[in-house]
Design a protein around this ligand. Structure first.
Ligand SMILES: C[S@@+](CC[C@H](N)C(=O)[O-])C[C@H]1O[C@@H](n2cnc3c(N)ncnc32)[C@H](O)[C@@H]1O
Length: 194
């Protein structure tokens, strides 16, 4: 009945996305969320996916082709801290309805290539600026790995600092786990600009 943090993020995203929307996967990894978003926005929609690792983009691209979704996805081999520049240069008129962040390192990949607190928070600020009114930014953070607790704390304090008139921020995490549980933070942009 109670989903994992990753599934709960998808479930909330499902609730706001419609056919033809644009969405961003800010950490493509093996492409699980990218495929999920691509399926949800449909053939008229578009997903932009960012990752710093070419291995991740190769794995995600293979998966997108296998699932017949590659035609509606643009994979960008850049860090999500370059989100603002990418949208300015390539799609200045488009405002995505959902941004998904899944922090940490790629499952099965190099554990040293991880998201970092400064670039994560900078990308989140851009995401909250770019997302359409009524849209959603989700972050799954993993306090269990080295540097992960600090990153999760930075995301939490950024979320708490968002003016209430701009967005609502919530936290979702399992309580009775053996180690630190993954944390989902979801930020829902107000329908009207403050
Ligand atoms: C936990 S994985 C994402 C998992 C992915 N959602 C999936 O379905 O497999 C985190 C990813 O973030 C990537 N990453 C690290 N720093 C990044 C950055 N600055 N911008 C974008 N991606 C980054 C890593 O290369 C890694 O693939």
């Amino acid at each position: 009945v109670i989903p994992s943090a990753v599934r709960q993020a998808q479930s909330w995203a499902l609730g706001v996305l419609s056919d033809g929307d644009w969405a961003v996967d800010a950490t493509v990894g093996n492409g699980q969320d990218t495929c999920f978003l691509a399926r949800r926005v449909g053939p008229a929609g578009r997903v932009i996916g960012f990752d710093v690792q070419s291995e991740a983009l190769v794995a995600a691209s293979a998966r997108l082709h296998r699932e017949g979704l590659a035609g509606r996805v643009t994979l960008v081999h850049r860090g999500h801290e370059e989100l603002a520049g990418w949208f300015r240069d390539h799609a200045a008129q488009r405002r995505p309805r959902v941004f998904m962040f899944n922090l940490g390192y790629r499952p099965g990949g190099d554990p040293k290539i991880v998201t970092r607190p400064d670039s994560t928070v900078s990308a989140l600020e851009t995401a909250l600026e770019l997302v359409v009114p009524g849209g959603l930014v989700t972050v799954v953070a993993y306090p269990g790995h080295e540097g992960g607790a600090e990153e999760a704390e930075r995301v939490l304090s950024w979320s708490r600092s968002i003016p209430r008139s701009m967005a609502r921020a919530v936290e979702f995490a399992e309580l009775n786990t053996r180690g630190p549980a993954p944390l989902l933070i979801a930020v829902s942009r107000s329908k009207h600009r403050p």
